[in-house]
Design a protein around this ligand. Structure first.
Ligand code: GTP
Ligand code: MG
Length: 461
């Protein structure tokens, strides 16, 4: 299961305690996640968080946690930004949102049930508190006065406060606020086409639907949905108190080794297809590379702990300084925040770099973090990435020149098989009049980003 939380500034003046439009945008982005990742069976969300439950048998990315949590957060972020205008036509998205995420492994269906109960309890408690708090503030109390009134109050007292002071019956507030939203695929009749007489032709399709329920971890709700119990298991009994051991398990966070250089590397997911669909120039599209660089600059501006970044093609490596305490070194949070922030910036800035090209679908990036104990090993890592850039770029330059000159892709591959650097340079020079070493540095060497005094510059190596 992947859980994601929105890290967003208060810049967009969402309504308090609940902004229905913002919640609908979260829901709509989650629906897109369910469409994109067929192994996700169920999702539950409220406020700024969403949990996605993968089926037990999922082999998605060989169940590698960092891949899964980063991809889901990245895709979610991309959709959130792409859909913003649809939900807030009058409000400019001022800032690229980022989402932190983590994987929670549920060894049995009981653990999953406890997890869902825990999240819905949290939804309820937070919403009740926030509703009281903002009503008190709107009625003239200061923030600290409102906090004081609510200190140590029980559920019942809060309900009474709302009713007596503001005439609000908590139970009649929208389900969306009180209960959160569930999302899962149901078999529904869908019109796929019309026959020659104009009658609709319907087929049974699995479609993501939203449901609100007071108790998503109750057997009444769960065991009535074949699409849930078939892939995730039946709930055997309703649960009362949630085991504290379970809650500790849900809150567990992996940490990066202290005092080591940590590198977060992100890589475009299926960018082979993405660059084809968006007709990137081959082998290098300067605008696409500049967009990547601009996103990397934004990452350095956002995360002070990142000191250096190196990028090539659809990947970027971000180096966190040894002493960094970003997210208390919790690796999932670091990976997901960097990856999703990069992705949302990519979508947000697309139009600046491709003013005449529509973004056809939201891109996603995966992320991983590796710790390097010494400065020299960190340098070895960066050298390895740059050698890779050189080898790939030289090969791709030759390959695409051969293809453009009329050879098939297979012929070009055969032609280049076993050739060394010198031979490739000679081929380019002899056949195409290209001096490899005079090609733009951004293609041959990749790009580095670091701070100079307080400013940030992109410098090609
Ligand atoms: P995964 O990362 O495994 O999901 O696959 P991928 O398709 O993203 O491939 P990979 O990351 O190994 O390689 C990046 C791919 O992005 C390249 O093979 C190219 O197809 C494409 N790409 C990256 N930059 C450019 C570019 O400037 N122009 C073009 N035409 N393609 C590019
Ligand atoms: Mg890639």
């Amino acid at each position: 299961m992947v859980v994601i939380f929105l890290d967003f500034v208060k810049l967009h003046e969402f309504e308090k305690p609940n902004d229905e439009t913002a919640l609908s945008l979260m829901n709509s982005s989650s629906a897109a996640v369910l469409e994109e990742f067929p192994d996700i069976i169920f999702a539950y969300g409220y406020s700024d968080e969403y949990s996605f439950v993968f089926k037990k048998t999922s082999r998605f990315y060989q169940r590698r946690a960092s891949k899964i949590l980063s991809l889901v957060a990245s895709f979610f972020a991309a959709v959130y930004v792409a859909k913003w205008k649809e939900f807030f036509p009058q409000k400019k998205l001022e800032y690229a949102p980022s989402f932190t995420s983590k994987v929670v492994s549920c060894a049995s269906v009981e653990v999953l049930q406890a997890y869902l109960a825990w999240r819905q309890l949290d939804c309820h408690a937070n919403n009740q508190y926030d509703t009281c708090f903002w009503m008190l503030v709107k009625s003239g109390k200061s923030i600290s006065e409102a906090q004081e009134v609510l200190k140590d109050t029980q559920k019942q007292q809060k309900n009474e406060l709302l009713f007596q002071n503001f005439g609000i019956n908590y139970k009649t507030l929208p389900e969306l606020f009180r209960q959160g939203s569930c999302l899962f695929k149901k078999k529904v009749d869908e019109t796929v086409k019309h026959d020659e007489n104009g009658n609709p032709v319907k087929r049974l399709r699995r479609k993501a639907v939203f449901v609100h329920s007071e108790n998503i971890s109750g057997i009444n709700f769960w065991n009535e949905q074949p699409s849930l119990y078939n892939d995730l298991g039946h709930f055997t009994k309703d649960i009362g108190k949630i085991e504290p051991d379970f809650i500790r398990l849900f809150q567990f966070e992996n940490k990066l080794l202290p005092l080591t250089w940590a590198v977060v590397r992100i890589d475009g997911c299926h960018f082979h297809r993405f660059s084809d669909v968006h007709e990137f120039e081959k082998p290098n599209d300067e605008q696409a590379l500049k967009l990547m660089n601009s996103c990397a600059v934004a990452v350095l501006k956002e995360f002070e702990n990142i000191h250096f970044a190196y990028g090539v093609s659809d990947e970027y490596s971000f180096v966190l300084k040894k002493e960094s305490e970003l997210y208390k070194r919790q690796s999932s949070k670091i990976i997901s925040a960097v990856t999703s922030f990069f992705t949302s910036t990519y979508v947000l800035q697309w139009g600046e770099f491709f003013p005449h090209k529509e973004l056809k679908y939201p891109p996603s990036f995966d992320g991983r973090a590796v710790c390097y104990p010494t400065y020299n090993i960190l340098l070895d890592y960066l050298a390895w990435r740059q050698v890779d850039c050189h080898i790939n770029n030289q090969y791709n330059t030759c390959f695409w020149m051969l293809v453009k000159s009329g050879k098939t892709k297979t012929q070009s591959q055969d032609y280049l098989k076993g050739t060394q650097t010198r031979e490739k340079n000679e081929l380019l020079s002899r056949q195409f009049g290209i001096e490899y070493n005079s090609l733009p540095q951004i293609f041959r060497m990749g790009s580095s980003v670091f701070r100079l005094k307080s400013l940030i510059f992109v410098v090609t190596c």
